[in-house]
Design a protein. Structure first.
Length: 259
């Protein structure tokens, strides 16, 4: 995949990029059942907004893992004013730089869902490896709705890859049922896979994001990119509507590693 679009979002400091925004993160945090003293990892932490919410007021060890240096740089800037210590590590979901059985909780938001199925399986196996027995993995992810034809999945993904370098969702027609099967296949006990209720999408979050918002408008190169990607986003939305409406749905998966 071409990650130029994600690098652009990193330069903007975009937060709450997942489709269900701050409300989705709030539901994820509740499902994690966090306790003092836990070690918690967010895989694909992006610019660090969810890490801020995760660490706020909690006596835990919090680690963000992210592939893109641009995202890590934005996360460091966002977290610089925080009193809670948050570790940031560069790494890939398929090969996590963490010891086996060393983490109490793992979280993802719009990270697992658009991977190809082989990569997703490796990521799930790695998450299972690093979790301690009894640990939870909670994922706020966009998946294909049931009944979407394979040719529609292919057409939308091809357009999304051309415009953004990323798939719209998985390369195969994996609905919530197939994702649960994949999670169970690596050893997880699936506790729930509830449908998320969408809220209006926001490109920016509160607080430090105001700095990034002005940066995006004042920098000529970023302004041009925002205009280009805005056109592509509108075209992409029209394409999905042309296939009969919304083709993906948000799911909050909660799974546990057995003791």
């Amino acid at each position: 995949m071409n990650l130029a679009y994600l690098k652009h979002l990193a330069r903007l400091g975009a937060a709450d990029i997942h489709p269900w925004g701050a409300a989705g993160t709030a539901a994820l945090l509740a499902a994690l059942e966090l306790q003092p003293g836990m070690r918690v990892v967010e895989l694909g932490c992006g610019t660090g907004q969810s890490l801020r919410r995760l660490a706020a007021g909690r006596q835990m060890t919090v680690v963000g893992v992210e592939l893109l240096p641009e995202m890590l740089a934005a996360a460091r800037e966002r977290l610089a004013s925080e009193t809670a210590a948050v570790g940031l590590v560069r790494g890939r979901g398929e090969w996590l730089p963490l010891a086996a059985n060393s983490v109490d909780r793992v979280a993802t938001e719009s990270v697992l869902g658009f991977q190809d199925t082989a990569t997703a399986a490796r990521m799930l196996a790695e998450i299972w490896r690093v979790l301690r027995p009894g640990g939870l993995y909670v994922a706020n992810e966009a998946v294909w709705r049931g009944g979407v034809p394979a040719e529609v999945v292919q057409a939308i993904n091809e357009r999304s890859l051309a415009d953004f370098g990323l798939r719209h969702a998985a390369d195969a027609v994996w609905t919530a049922a197939e994702w649960q099967q994949a999670m169970a296949a690596v050893g997880f006990e699936v506790l729930s896979a509830e449908i998320m209720r969408p809220e209006p999408r926001r490109d920016m979050a509160e607080g430090p994001a105001r700095l990034y918002r002005w940066r995006g408008w004042l920098h000529p190169g970023l302004l041009w990119q925002r205009w280009q990607y805005g056109r592509r986003l509108r075209r992409h939305a029209q394409l999905a509507q042309g296939y009969g409406g919304e083709v993906i749905e948000g799911r909050l998966f909660v799974v546990r590693k057995g003791k």
